[in-house]
Design a protein around this ligand. Structure first.
Ligand code: G1P
Ligand code: ZN
Length: 543
């Protein structure tokens, strides 16, 4: 068994996006591609000689091959110990928890989140730092710079190991400890929420369906919901993780989790429905015949946080990504809590969580979380809802409607145009940016522009600045249109348009969202010249 140094050449396209490096599997399969990126992590990071490195992925196609490669490179670079989920599986929030619990030097997560999996689909790799969160921009920049200069990587010449057997294996001088992927995470959930109350809820006949979408949360949901909380067998559907997610698109929204949505809006709907994505960090929650927007979900969780034992009397504040609706802001204002607006991407919450400025955070993109880990956490959000439902014994719809009556309703929608020509998409954003200077004060339909800018974030903890985070057009009545380009897509550009309007009057809280926002949607289209510039007549996905 010897360390080999393999000569290599840089790839120009290894800049991590919103959430790590995401490419087609075919790209990752190119000789040296994955190796270069992993070696660049070891070349720029520290601590792996003495503290464990956590490794795991969402089980998608290429997960196992990638893990064997990573183990060989880690061993060759002097990594002392790896904590690996059984079968190479860990949900993203579980990795975050393992890093924190075991004082690890960091973690490598293999996932392309909600993107489809399979030989012709997507794969991804992401590095998380010792706080358990996605690496901050200065770290991802350092890794990227290393990929641009790399000329060799190190690899231990050793056979594949058995990834499925719990226990300790040696890879050269490195110890690989294969652990139960679920247990530690489930224990953490038990500390945060009132499992006894939730158990009583299920005993009272409360019915739920959790759709794991053939992705990583199946085993987690079965253990927590069906074993520890006593929900009937069959509560978790599509619970066996598959390499291609059963040909599905493991993104929990009304479009891709249609089977679940149809069930919750159907004749024999259960009381509660939920789904999670490929790597378990996203969530969608539904009541009987009722969809909760992720922005509202964050606001409701914030307003009810005292009902969960792990959060009682200790919430300091909330943060939301810039395009997320301002529903949570209203709760924070009423409760006298801190409230922050950050750029899109979970990494921007890390500093605020570490500094104790916030306890809860969320994004409109079906992401909700707290300081229990440093990733968004799908099952955590579902359990938070269960805890609220167990205490309040009202329906999901009643809880949300009551919330709107207290705080007003932020109507909200996101329109995505996927796989748009990149030049056209950049041109569209550039033109909007140029228009920002002259928009304020202008009437657009029945609205008047209050401000228009390209969002710039000054991190209040480390003073770092992130520019060009999305075009915001705010109107005098608090309504907003936001435009930004996705940083996670793997094909062309994805244009996202976020539209929000506030309605205080309870008599107007039951409108259809697209109708309630129709005028703003029209303004958003014409202002950006979407049809003309992209050739598209309608969005690919509306959430
Ligand atoms: C998308 C979401 C963003 C989320 C990210 C990772 O990024 O919009 O909120 O943090 O996925 O799950 P985008 O493709 O918009 O850059
Ligand atoms: Zn995800």
């Amino acid at each position: 068994m010897s360390v080999e140094t393999i000569a290599s050449q840089p790839f120009q396209d290894q800049k991590p996006g919103t959430s790590g490096l995401r490419k087609k599997v075919k790209v990752f399969e190119k000789p040296h591609y994955l190796e270069n990126f992993v070696q660049s992590i070891f070349d720029t990071q520290d601590g792996y000689q003495n503290a464990p490195l956590v490794v795991g992925g969402d089980g998608r196609y290429y997960n196992r091959q990638a893990i064997q490669k990573i183990l060989r490179i880690a061993a060759a670079n002097g990594c002392g110990r790896v904590l690996l989920g059984q079968g190479g599986i860990f949900s993203t929030p579980a990795v975050s928890h393992m890093i924190r619990k075991h004082n690890a030097c960091g973690g490598i997560i293999l996932s392309a989140s909600h993107n489809p999996g399979g030989p012709d689909e997507d794969f991804g790799i992401k590095f998380n730092t010792p706080n358990g969160g996605p690496a901050a921009e200065k770290v991802t920049e350092a890794i990227y710079t290393a990929t641009l200069h790399i000329n060799r990587y190190r690899v231990l010449d050793t056979p594949d190991i058995d990834l499925d057997q719990i226990g300790t294996t040696q890879v050269g001088d490195m110890q690989v400890e294969i652990v139960d992927s679920v247990r530690d995470y489930a224990d953490l959930m038990e500390q945060l929420f009132d499992f006894e109350r939730i158990r009583a809820l299920f005993q009272s006949g409360f019915r739920m369906r959790f759709d794991a979408m053939h992705a990583v949360t199946g085993p987690y949901a079965r253990e927590i919901l069906e074993q520890r909380l006593g929900a009937p067998a069959g509560t978790v559907v599509n619970g066996v993780p598959l390499e291609d997610f059963g040909h599905g698109h493991p993104d929990p929204n009304l479009v891709y989790a249609k089977e679940l949505a149809d069930h919750l809006f159907g004749p024999d709907a259960p009381d509660f429905g939920a789904a999670s994505d490929g790597d378990g960090d996203r969530n969608m929650v539904l009541g009987r015949h009722f969809f909760v927007t992720p922005s509202d979900s964050l606001a409701v969780i914030l307003a009810n946080a005292d009902l969960a034992p792990g959060y009682r009397s200790r919430v300091t504040g909330v943060a939301r990504s810039m395009p997320t609706s301002q529903a949570a802001d209203r709760v924070a204002a009423k409760l006298g809590l801190n409230c922050y607006e950050t750029p899109t991407g979970w990494k921007f919450f890390g500093n605020l969580l570490d500094a104790g400025k916030i306890t809860l955070c969320g994004e409109e993109s079906f992401g909700t979380g707290s300081d229990h880990v440093r990733e968004k956490d799908g099952l955590w959000a579902v359990l938070f809802w269960l805890n609220i439902l167990a205490e309040r014994r009202q329906s999901v719809a009643e809880i949300v409607r009551e919330h709107w009556r207290s705080y007003g309703r932020n109507y909200y929608t996101r329109h995505d145009y996927e796989a748009v020509d990149s030049t056209a998409a950049n041109g569209l954003i550039d033109a909007l940016r140029a228009a920002c200077a002259t928009l304020p004060g202008q009437p657009l339909g029945s609205y008047t522009v209050d401000y228009a800018d390209d969002f710039r974030y000054l991190d209040p903890i480390d003073d770092s600045v992130s520019e060009k985070q999305g075009i915001r057009i705010g109107f005098k009545d608090g309504s907003r249109i936001v435009y930004r380009l996705s940083g996670t897509g793997t094909e062309g550009a994805t244009l996202r348009i976020y539209i929000e309007a506030y309605e205080a009057d309870p008599a107007k809280h039951d409108l259809d969202t697209q109708q309630a926002l129709a005028e703003l949607i029209g303004i958003a289209d014409s202002l950006a010249g979407i049809r003309k510039r992209t050739g598209r007549n309608e969005p690919t996905v509306i959430t």
